[in-house]
Design a protein around this ligand. Structure first.
Ligand code: ATP
Length: 574
């Protein structure tokens, strides 16, 4: 709003002008009537006043167009700026904020709440200024013509305001609830579309439709209540303003007949009273706009006020470029948010990975492997003095630098609904075709891509739906390789391919490791066999660590897992 203050001032000045000309019309009408009744006493002829009325009405129309476009454009610009700010804010928020299925809710804030705010700042502000100007000036002019009749004419107004306040308070409550229901509806629709395969394969179409209908019904009920309330509001407004007109016709008519008021004054008085009718009728609508706009602003402020728990350091530190030495000191972590206790996922993990070496992380399902690697990239908040890269606390490294030094391939690879080439190129701004294709070759993706009809220009569909699981994973790996990071983290990156293919891909990839630090999380021990060091996580602690041979010789957890997987492999190859 502050950014468009000048435009709003200009719009308000235009509204002042447009209302001045609108108010001039009844006054000219009064003079025209008086000139007709008593031509000798009039300074101008009735024809002159007729021309002046047409002129005033024309100027009023032109300035009106200008005032409306000025204010409505300002509202559009503010909506645009808020949308941009909201987007930037969302991108600044961290993983904990987005967990808990907020997508639909956030989408509805982008769509409905922004529309409500634009309506308030555009039509709302326009009508608030307009109403205030018309009320003040029309009532002042009416009082100038006949103060006592003015008092009678405005008698119904307090009644109207009390009724409007009561109804709009209830409308506000229902409006907010309706916006929340719409957010649920959007979430539900989005989730069902994303999970179309699951819905069909479990034959849950009917149940999904029923759940959707239930939310839709709640949304409909809220809107019906709002419509009912609005339905009450309009007749109440119209009836009270009609009451004012009736009073003026009766009392004003008596005054004219009694000679206490001229016919010209009576005509002008009615003209001004008629000007109050529209602002009075839309008074409730404006209140509704204010209520909706306030509710929407409150919902947007919830996002703007959200504080990311992963923040930029106040005093950044660290030498660049990074070599890739990782150190963890007694790392403890749980996913619980403030005030909600949750069991520790990592319970005192300490280890050092020297730059250029490789670390394999294995362990049972849910033992904390993914959590550990997510913390390296600071995707979740961690206390100071726990994780170090090249001797610098990661909390003190600028996030952009830290993350650009880390190539992270998460367990569930996310592809954008663009081409294969664009998906890989996401890893490096301005990457050349040669670099993209070299990364694809390293990730053993090139053979698959060349079989696609459009090669690298193949559009992968939403979230890569037209690719196989293994192709998606390798595209995500190619994207990370293209980034040329000092630390490469692969979180179970080849779970969708068979063990032999995984071996072949990792073999090809090992030529790329060079002096990079590589961290591989895997359920298949064969994937980490070549790592310099392997840790076995169990219930959030390092249960065993060493090289593959050390761990086999120890004949503990790792040894047992290895033997089990070897037997499975042999059975599978029969
Ligand atoms: N975002 C999250 N919010 C809350 N709890 C989580 C979250 N992510 C993981 N957890 C919990 O933390 C524990 C460790 O999960 P993590 O994904 O680190 O295990 P993992 O060893 O990688 O498992 P897997 O082998 O299945 O990938 C699990 O109990 C899991 O339920």
């Amino acid at each position: 709003m502050r950014r468009c203050r000048r435009t709003y001032i200009l719009g308000a000045v235009c509204l002042l002008g447009t209302n001045a000309f609108a108010l001039l019309v009844p006054w000219l009408l009064k003079l025209a009537v008086e000139s007709l009744r008593n031509p000798s006493a009039a300074s101008r002829s009735a024809t002159w006043y007729g021309g002046a009325i047409i002129g005033a009405a024309l100027i009023h129309g032109v300035i009106r167009i200008f005032s409306r476009t000025t204010l409505l454009h300002a509202a559009r610009r503010i909506e645009y700026a808020i949308r941009e700010d909201l987007y930037v804010k969302l991108l600044s928020l961290d993983m904990p904020y987005f967990e808990g299925g907020r997508t639909g809710d956030l989408m509805s804030r982008f769509a409905n709440d922004l529309t409500n705010i634009r309506m308030l700042l555009g039509f709302g502000v326009l009508n608030i200024i307009n109403t205030a100007l018309i009320y003040v000036s029309a009532i002042a002019l009416m009082a100038r013509i006949n103060p006592s009749l003015t008092l009678w004419a405005v008698v119904p107004f307090p009644l109207m305001i009390i009724a409007a306040k009561g109804i709009t308070r209830r409308m506000f409550h229902h409006s907010r609830r309706a916006q929340e229901e719409l957010a649920h509806l959007t979430s539900q629709a989005e989730e069902s579309i994303a999970a179309a395969v699951v819905v069909r394969s479990y034959c849950r179409e009917d149940a999904t439709v029923a759940a959707f209908e239930e939310i839709g019904r709640r949304y409909l009920r809220r809107n019906m209540t709002m419509a009912r309330l609005r339905g009450f509001l309009l007749p109440i407004m119209a009836a009270t303003s009609a009451l004012g007109t009736l009073i003026v016709l009766f009392l004003g008519g008596q005054r004219v007949i009694g000679g206490a008021m001229t016919l010209g004054d009576f005509v002008a008085f009615n003209g001004y009273l008629a000007m109050l009718v529209w602002p009075t009728i839309i008074f409730g609508w404006i209140l509704n706009l204010i209520q909706r706009g306030a509710a929407s602003m409150a919902r947007l402020n919830e996002v703007f006020d959200a504080v990311p728990r992963v923040t930029e350091p106040e005093e950044p530190a660290g030498a660049w470029p990074l070599r890739g030495e990782i150190e963890l000191r007694d790392v403890r972590f749980s996913y619980g948010t403030a005030g909600v206790a949750s069991p520790p996922v990592l319970d005192g993990v300490s280890l050092t990975v020297s730059a250029g070496s490789s670390l394999g992380i294995v362990g049972a399902v849910g033992s904390g492997k993914s959590t550990l690697v997510r913390l390296l990239a600071r995707l979740y908040p961690i206390p100071d003095g726990r994780i170090f890269l090249d001797g610098t606390d990661v909390n003190r490294m600028p996030l952009s630098r830290l993350r650009s030094a880390i190539g992270f391939v998460p367990q569930e690879s996310f592809l954008f609904s663009r081409t294969v080439r664009e998906n890989i190129a996401y890893g490096k701004e301005g990457a050349t075709s040669e670099e993209i294709e070299a990364a694809a070759r390293l990730a053993s993706l090139d053979g698959d891509v060349l079989r696609f009809a459009d090669g690298y220009e193949t559009v992968v569909g939403e979230r890569g739906v037209t690719l196989s699981g293994g192709q998606k994973q390798r595209t995500a790996i190619a994207r990370a390789l293209l980034k040329n990071p000092a630390v490469l983290i692969l979180d179970d990156p080849l779970s969708a391919v068979d063990a032999q293919t995984e071996d072949a891909i990792l073999e090809s990839l090992s030529g790329y490791w060079g002096d990079r630090t590589v961290v591989i999380v895997s359920h298949r021990l064969s994937a980490v066999r070549e790592c310099d060091r392997i840790i076995v996580l169990k219930d959030g602690v390092i249960a065993e660590q060493g090289s593959h041979d050390d761990l086999l010789a120890r004949n503990g957890l790792y040894g047992a897992m290895w033997r089990e997987q070897q037997i499975q492999r042999e059975i599978a190859s029969l």
